[in-house]
Design a protein around this ligand. Sequence first.
Ligand code: HEC
Ligand code: HEC
Length: 339
Amino acid sequence: MFMRTKDQKKIVEKKMISLVKTAIAICSLCMWSTFAAAFTVDDMKWAPVPSGHQVGKDNGELSEDAIAGKTAGNEFHMVGNDCGICHSPVGKANETVFSMAGTLYKDRAGREPLKGAEIILQDVEGNVISMTTNDAGNFFTYTPIASDPQAWDETKTEAENRENPQTWRYKAWVKNGDLVTAMVTLAPVGGSSGSTTARMSCGMHHAPMNSRGALLASGFPTLDAYPATGVSFKKHVMPILKNRCKSCHLPASANPWVEYPKGTKIAYGGEVDLSAYIKDMNSEQGIMDLVNTANPDASELLTIPMLGSQHAGGASWRNTNDADYRAIRQWIAEGAKNN
Ligand code: HEC
Ligand code: HEC
């Protein structure tokens, strides 16, 4: 009879363990690659916002010095700034390098920060990161964001590649109650190309007053009040479109494209120009193609960004009582003039 010595037994056990490990690795690899393969701008366009996680679970923790008020900065400072300028390995705050940070507002101009809303990221491996905004509207996290091997530089090690934010891939959403705004692109945000500096901040692109505008949540009226009649395109409608739509719906000549993965070009504004009364000649559609003066409520300008409708940019209005909605509706009912 064959007797196993202790050592032989160990070898067999080790082999079994490694077999099981390989099986798990293959399985998680296949799960990973299924998710990663579908992680393109186009596939993620209709991806539902992740749910079921603990909201705010990835909020960054403060250092003891910061809690004691002994640091030069704190969680409420630099509202609306590009946090990554300083909170980077080569910045002033190089001991607190966030993986993502920024400020959330009620409007694109960055007039009023929004507290208590959720910022959600889902990375290329499917991990969900949830942050909530603090009293200043700020949010920050140290949770790692997964790197996409497709974006790796072969001359660098795996660890170096994983550390390089330019290889991090994630979809982002802003959740304010039932309203969700999605980031259409899967931005490889992390400093200028070729840079080895880790810089991650929503404020890099979404600063108040820059071309993308501040990072904003839906559900707040653009102007304090609108007239019941005599709604003006220039005074009322254009500010709404600038605030809620223009960050994505830019003229085609402004090149609102993103290429991800390589070779797949996606117009993140769906080739719809909502930046002016007369559309850019190279854009497929403009404001006038989306209004229906005979039946204002059926205008796509109103129906597409409504909660419950399928729109890659998310929902701008909860219902037909929304003040911005009503102003645009009135303007359309009055003939959608360039007034
Ligand atoms: C001009 C540089 C600069 C900018 C921009 C900046 N910070 Fe800071 N921040 C600092 C410095 C310096 C400290 C103190 C040193 C440290 O904590 O590393 C600090 C500290 C902090 C701390 C405390 C960290 C701890 O636990 O010790 C938080 C939280 C913080 N900043 C958040 C933010 C957020 C969010 C943004 C963007 C909205 C931001 N900062 C933008 C320089 C900056
Ligand atoms: C975060 C980016 C983003 C924002 C903000 C955004 N959209 Fe969109 N929108 C898209 C993308 C991408 C598409 C194309 C895919 C789709 O059909 O949803 C689109 C499509 C549309 C369409 C459909 C055009 C067609 O005929 O297929 C309309 C209408 C539209 N948006 C109106 C608006 C309006 C009005 C606003 C502001 C209240 C707005 N969008 C804000 C990204 C955005």
